[in-house]
Ligand binder design. Structure first.
Ligand code: R1P
Ligand code: URA
Length: 299
């Protein structure tokens, strides 16, 4: 996904648009530029931040504002920030814009920098598998995010041809219902997907705008379209299947890619929707994912 255009570097961003705290930190993340690592590991769950930073040889900075907890430190000589995003692509909109502001906007002059900097941003999440042969406690790396949320529709972007091919095939093969918002597609960084995907499942991730109805779960309320998950599980495109449901990747890939950052998602499977199974010890499986990701990303 590419931006159609970017804000020119001579534009001074007003106080209402680029919101800064009195200490100069960005509004929600409460971080200043020097408090951010070059590798940012984003997680939904606040509790997972400490599960990452416990591996650091030194923790240099800790901050919390609302659901956004950040620990910055050193792992094998690399400067790493573990950051919780909370749940959903609406939060990813905040997190990605503020991470990008930290590195690509001069917060003193309030102008976009002429030389842009690229972060590595890797989501270490949890997900529900949409394939019977992907068991709980295994890991899925997202080659593409298909967003059934709405966030990217508010940005001026154009798709790559691979993204357009996937979107068209997905709409056609799933007979996308008229009463649902139009999906969008964004690719992850190919190099990171290859690095993290080795020995793991690699697939197309569906990013939903909710955990229950938008992922076809039925408690007391009934989903508006019957059998949608079966259509997703049956979908395959250019060697990739619809592997999993989660709630952040499409916006992470769309916004991160447009801003010029390298982004990827790896998720531990906590639920298998076809086998109707849930992990018996998801914390242990998540810890194994964290160790594998830290190892590979700093090798
Ligand atoms: C739902 O339970 C949450 O778990 C998944 C979903 O994407 C959603 O955020 O990811 P995290 O475990 O990273 O939060
Ligand atoms: N996170 C999700 O969004 N869905 C699942 O089924 C499991 C984790």
């Amino acid at each position: 996904m590419h931006p159609i255009t970017l804000t020119p570097t001579d534009v001074v961003l007003p106080a209402s648009e680029l919101v800064l705290n009195p200490d100069g930190s960005v509004y929600h993340l409460a971080l200043r530029p020097e408090q951010l690592g070059d590798l940012v590991l984003v997680v939904g769950d606040q509790g997972r931040v400490e599960r990452i930073s416990r591996h650091f040889s030194a923790v240099e900075h800790k901050v919390q504002n609302r659901e956004f907890v950040a620990h910055t430190g050193v792992y094998r000589g690399a400067h790493v920030t573990a950051l919780s995003t909370g749940i959903g692509t609406d939060n990813i909109d905040i997190v990605l814009n503020e991470l990008d502001a930290l590195v690509n906007i001069d917060l003193e002059t309030r102008r976009p920098r002429s030389q842009s900097r690229s972060l590595r941003i890797v989501r270490l999440g949890t997900c529900g598998a949409l394939q019977e042969d992907i068991p709980v406690d295994t890991r899925i790396v997202s080659a593409f995010g298909v967003g059934t949320d709405n966030v990217l529709h508010y940005y001026a972007y154009e798709n790559t041809s691979a993204e357009s091919r996937l979107l068209n095939a997905f709409l056609q093969d799933t007979e996308w219902p008229d009463n649902l918002p139009l999906p969008y597609v964004a690719a992850g960084d190919a190099g990171l997907v290859e690095l993290l995907g080795h020995g793991n499942h690699v697939g197309i991730t569906l990013t939903a705008g909710g955990f229950y109805g938008p992922q076809g779960r039925q408690l007391r309320l009934v989903p508006s379209v019957d059998g949608l998950n079966e259509r997703f599980s049956a979908f395959a495109h250019e060697g990739l299947r619809c592997s999993n449901f989660e709630m952040e990747t499409s916006a992470l890939y769309g916004l991160g890619g447009m801003m010029g950052h390298k982004v990827a998602t790896m998720c531990t499977v906590v639920a298998n929707r076809l086998r109707k199974e849930y992990s018996k010890d998801h914390h242990a499986a998540i810890d194994r994912m964290i160790e594998e990701a830290l190892e590979r990303l700093t090798a």
